[in-house]
Design a protein around this ligand. Structure first.
Ligand SMILES: [Zn+2]
Length: 414
């Protein structure tokens, strides 16, 4: 599809020139009535300006690299039924054939296929100039339906920059100081491109949940989110010339974590740094919860841990970043030691918000008191907010949380 068209009017004649390399658009009018009052010097100046715009190397290359970049996000998984609607939708089947469909369209799974209006398909693609509504949520780009894991998989494919605009308000608030919002845009872009490279042979690049990055379509886009994405267009964090694994989290509670303490893999730019900045927000930094031993045992057992008759829980040793390395589960059959990460995953990431916690037994319950929210690796979002309020720019914020990295344009590394 052409990215640009120059339309030249010459009397009654209309000519259109198309070029894939051009990323800006201009209309040059050569009607004699329009030309007459224009001084020849002005014409030359105007044409010079047009030539400069089209031949400006940096701008064209940056826009081309960014605009060509798409991302595939899984927005629905293992569903038995999906409803699609929207204005002016184009529907195609696996062969690329356009289908005539009544909306809203309900797609169901039958055996290994998709059932739509009595006919069976392997793949259905819905696209629109504005948005495709999948289960009443609007998404930019196109929605691709296939069957995977005994249900319908819906992948939203869209330009990377549009994905980022939708993502900002899912991860933070675009009302935060703009430099913090810009830092979020850069790390979300960096994270997405790193995952895209790692999963290029898979049906999609990213989950739409906390497993990767939270993304709810374009419903909560706004002008500040778009501004942050536009002002950081194409910017990514690199280390040694390669796009980094830009992990990030909500708040660290005082110190960010080294990657090897969470995933066992050491990365030079994810060593952990001190961060007192998120502590200025008490609601973001601290948390408490209380769970019965019975409830805890049920959650641990359903996560596959062999616990029977849980009597008590004891904290194991903490690492240098202040996070629990182990948790000891005491039951009638003795003690079982699991890692802090395993404990958090089993009980629930939303309940045990970080592995930086203390606990105490109160009758048949355990009371947890912790700080930080998330795995603690990479950028601390609430810390970035405070750093931005303190006057730091997005580049300075990122350099602090990802030491040794360099901010680069996509066009400079490809
Ligand atoms: Zn922090």
């Amino acid at each position: 599809m052409p990215k640009c068209a120059i339309v030249i009017f010459m009397g009654t004649e209309l000519k259109t020139i198309q070029s894939k390399k051009l990323t800006r658009c201009a209309i040059i009018c050569f009607y004699p009535q329009v030309l007459r009052p224009i001084h020849s010097v002005n014409i030359i100046a105007f044409l010079t300006l047009v030539l400069v715009v089209f031949s400006w190397p940096g701008g064209s290359r940056i826009n081309a690299a960014v605009l060509d970049e798409t991302i595939r996000v899984a927005i629905v998984k293992s569903a038995s039924e999906v409803t699609v609607s929207g204005e002016g939708l184009l529907v195609t089947s696996e062969g690329g054939n356009p289908l005539v469909v009544t909306f809203p369209a309900t797609v169901k799974t039958v055996k290994d296929g998709l059932l739509l209006e009595g006919k069976l398909y392997r793949r259905l693609t819905f696209s629109a100039s504005s948005a495709v509504l999948v289960n009443n949520k609007p998404y930019r780009g196109l929605a691709e339906l296939t069957v995977a894991d005994k249900g319908i998989l819906v992948v939203n494919q869209l330009p990377l920059e549009e994905y980022l605009v939708g993502l900002i308000n899912c991860e933070i608030s675009s009302a935060w100081p703009i430099e913090a919002v810009k830092a979020q845009a850069i790390i979300a872009r960096t994270y997405a491109l790193n995952r895209k490279a790692a999963r290029s042979n898979l049906p999609y690049h990213l989950e739409s949940s906390v497993i990767d990055q939270v993304y709810e379509g374009c419903l909560i886009e706004d002008s500040r989110a778009r501004r942050a994405v536009n002002e950081t267009e194409g910017q990514v964090l690199t280390f040694g010339g390669a796009i980094i694994q830009a992990f990030y989290h909500s708040s660290c509670g005082g110190k960010t974590e080294a990657s090897e303490n969470v995933w066992g893999t050491s990365l030079p730019y994810l060593r952990g740094v001190d961060c007192q900045y998120c502590l200025t927000s008490s609601t973001a930094a601290t948390w408490e919860c209380r769970l019965s031993l019975k409830e805890l045992e049920e959650r641990l057992r359903s996560a596959g841990h062999r616990v029977s008759g849980l009597l008590d829980i004891k904290p194991g040793s903490a690492n240098s970043r202040g996070r629990l390395k182990q948790v000891i589960l005491l039951s009638s059959k003795g003690g079982v030691t699991i890692t802090g990460e395993q404990f958090r995953r089993a009980v629930g990431y939303g309940v045990i918000k970080s592995t930086r916690f203390t606990l105490k037994s109160i009758k048949n319950e355990i009371s947890f008191s912790g700080s930080g929210n998330g795995h603690g690796v990479g950028l601390c979002q609430w810390g970035a907010k405070q750093r931005s309020l303190d006057g730091f720019g997005s580049g300075e914020i990122l350099a602090y949380y990802y030491p040794g990295t360099e901010l680069k344009k996509l066009s400079d590394i490809r």
